[in-house]
Design a protein around this ligand. Structure first.
Ligand SMILES: Nc1ncnc2c1ncn2[C@@H]1O[C@H](COP(=O)(O)OP(=O)(O)O)[C@@H](O)[C@H]1O
Ligand SMILES: [Mg+2]
Length: 337
């Protein structure tokens, strides 16, 4: 059984303008000890997917309209509130997209970690404090014992991000969701933080769902990846499958405009001609069809399901005309661009 198994998730927001289908068909899984990247352009629904897993979508704004989120076999969509609260920050932790605002400015970093421990563990203050110091040391804060008394503003951005990671790890989660954990950092610090996350993931056998818009990060740290477009997963597979033989024209398009040498963390997602459809008014068929150079009439008529490419289940694509010869198609797309 996968640690996390999301099936056809739909998270919609009811707005004055209509129903925003921010997530409308996300299927992905994360195993123990595995790093899975969720990659997509800004606004494609990555954060809403992450918030949905932890049921952090405010009821007054939106709802999970369909699908299942199985965590170790339990459906989080239907789990009572008390059950989800017991999991949050405990068996499942999240590093938010804006980590610096995740810290409380008026509490020392040591006490913020100790508090996170005591929320789920029956330990006394002193024990929690010494565990907090150990965690600070593990995430690479020099002189952790002394620095534990520091307030967030006394630390650099990279050091603060390490503290945020320490808080996320406080209760030894089985699943860590990291939403663009390095976006706000300079390139050198980005690399160090990614390396730290990889080390911790391997050392603790956690499942890591790494959300990013950066294909370089995917290439460097992920085992598998799911590519999102306009609220849907359009392709998923091992990193090798996606980068060497993309089957979805959107994935191929992203890769085509990047030379292999550009696949280093910090590079931006390339631009593809056309615009993403409005989430308020999605086309009936494939969401990418209006921008797709391969599209035929069928593509606008109905939605393709996420089906296996070739043998095995690992590589899956939602496309009526998956690229049969991805290398040739990449060249064709490049020529058309
Ligand atoms: N509370 C909300 N009400 C209405 N629309 C929302 C709300 N939260 C997110 N959205 C919309 O959902 C879409 C996906 O957002 P998000 O998941 O944050 O994208 P990403 O993380 O991929 O950049 C965006 O178009 C965003 O405007
Ligand atoms: Mg986001």
């Amino acid at each position: 059984m996968a640690l996390l198994d999301i099936q056809d998730l739909q998270t919609w927001f009811d707005t004055r303008a209509g129903v925003v289908k921010a997530v409308d068909g996300v299927t992905l899984s994360v195993d123990r000890g595995e790093t899975v990247a969720l990659v997509g352009e800004s606004g494609s629904g990555k954060s809403v997917t992450a918030y949905s897993i932890l049921r952090l979508i405010p009821r007054t704004q939106g709802r999970i309209a369909g699908g299942r989120i199985l965590f170790d076999g339990t459906d989080l969509v239907t789990l009572p509130e008390a059950g989800i609260r017991a999991l949050r920050g405990n068996r499942i932790s999240m590093i938010f997209q804006e980590p610096l605002s995740a810290l409380n400015p008026v509490l020392s970093i040591g006490s913020q970690i100790a508090e996170a421990i005591r929320l789920h563990r029956p330990v006394d203050r002193q024990t929690a404090w010494s565990q907090a110091v150990q965690l600070l040391d593990r995430v690479g804060i020099p002189m952790a014992r002394r620095r534990a008394d520091d307030f967030p503003h006394q630390l650099s951005g990279g050091m603060r991000q390490r503290v945020v990671i320490a808080i996320a790890l406080a209760c030894e989660p089985e699943l860590l969701i990291a939403d663009e954990p390095t976006t706000a950092l300079d390139v050198t610090t980005q690399a160090q933080i990614l390396e730290l996350l990889q080390e911790l993931q391997a050392e603790r056998g956690m499942g890591l769902l790494l959300i990013t818009h950066d294909l370089g990060v995917v290439a460097e740290v992920a085992d598998r990846a799911a590519v999102m477009y306009a609220g849907r997963v359009v392709e998923q597979g091992t990193v090798a499958q996606l980068f060497d033989a993309p089957a979805h024209p959107y994935t191929a398009g992203l890769l085509a405009s990047m030379a292999l040498g550009e696949l280093v963390p910090g590079s931006r997602l390339p631009e593809i001609a056309g615009t993403v459809p409005s989430l308020l008014d999605m086309p009936a068929g494939c969401a990418f069809a209006p921008r797709c150079t391969q599209a035929r009439t069928a593509c606008a008529a109905s939605r393709p399901s996420l089906d296996a490419v070739g043998q095995g289940e690992a590589h899956r694509v939602a496309c009526f005309l998956p690229l049969a010869d991805p290398v040739a198609s990449r060249e064709a797309l490049r020529a058309a661009a």
